[in-house]
Design a protein around this ligand. Structure first.
Ligand SMILES: NC(=O)c1ccc[n+]([C@@H]2O[C@H](COP(=O)([O-])OP(=O)(O)OC[C@H]3O[C@@H](n4cnc5c(N)ncnc54)[C@H](OP(=O)(O)O)[C@@H]3O)[C@@H](O)[C@H]2O)c1
Length: 250
């Protein structure tokens, strides 16, 4: 197999794909791209570039200048802008693109979930469901909750972008979080409603189990749609098979 694969990363899946491709030695060139949002990211093997490309045009140029043969968009399920840009840039320069996205979470017996399409809709519903909310939605969109009446425990890896909820406490922490610690967090802060995006994956799923045990309502924000026409897989193995089938054999 010959060629250069660009992984749009920032997730465990992106890192795992980089490990598998670099370990196999095929293709010879593997570059992971990170947005540069966190100060101390877990770096994948292979080449790493950090920072935005400068929109669709910038990414299209990068793909051409670096002779990229295939792109795997392994960004977070909620990184919708990057996914749209990847779809447009790849279509413009004719580079094959795959979306690698882990499955969303599924409701189990005992769950009290309220699925909403956006964070704004979630914020609009919050005060009807509880008085002490646990916001686990990352740090970029906490502003959607600026006007809620509920007190909010806001957990993020780095300080959220303001404005914050009027009454809130900040918990800076990086997952994974296990079930005992999630139970303890809900009890210690007397949380009565949990807010999360449907990120999927094991690393942050324990909060949903803890909420189920305590019969707490969960406001779950749906994922944005995947750009039309882009093939999707939900495992690293399937992404490896796609890369093997897409890149030319030597
Ligand atoms: N959104 C979340 O909930 C979330 C959670 C955990 C991790 N992440 C990770 O954090 C990163 C940023 O997420 P986001 O929600 O800010 O994305 P986004 O809103 O879709 O992207 C905004 C801009 O950030 C740049 N960008 C995003 N991902 C990039 C990447 N992998 N490499 C280079 N540039 C990138 C692009 O800038 P240009 O237009 O200049 O190219 C993009 O237009 C992603 O890699 C994502 O996997 C996101």
């Amino acid at each position: 197999m010959s060629g250069h694969v660009l992984i749009l990363g920032g997730t465990g899946e992106g890192r795992a794909l980089a490990f598998a491709l670099v370990e196999s030695g095929q293709p010879p060139e593997v570059t992971s791209s990170l947005a540069g949002r966190v100060a101390d990211p877990a770096l994948p093997p292979g080449r790493v570039r950090v920072g935005g490309f400068g929109g669709v045009g910038g990414l299209a140029r990068w793909l051409t200048e670096h002779a990229v043969d295939a792109v795997v968009d392994a960004t977070h399920p909620f990184a919708a802008t990057m996914s749209q840009h990847a779809a447009q840039a790849c279509s413009r320069v004719g580079t094959p693109l795959l979306r690698l996205q882990r499955p969303g979470w599924s409701q189990a017996a005992g769950d009290v979930w309220h699925r909403l399409p956006t964070l704004a809709a979630a914020a609009g519903k919050l005060d009807a469901l509880g008085r002490r909310a646990f916001l686990t939605i990352g740090r970029q969109e906490v502003a959607a909750f600026a006007d809620v009446d509920a007190w909010c425990l806001v957990r993020a890896i780095e300080p959220p972008e303001p404005p914050l909820p009027r009454r809130c406490e900040l918990l800076l922490a990086r997952g994974p979080f296990d079930l005992p610690s999630e139970r303890e967090t809900l009890r210690q802060w007397q949380v009565d409603v949990l807010v999360s995006k449907d990120s999927g994956g094991e690393a942050t799923a324990a909060k949903l189990t803890a909420a189920r045990e305590l019969h707490l309502p969960v406001v779950l924000v749906d994922r944005p749609p995947i750009p039309e026409g882009v093939p999707v897989v939900d495992t690293v193995e399937a992404a490896l098979a796609w890369v093997a089938a897409t890149l030319p054999a030597i």
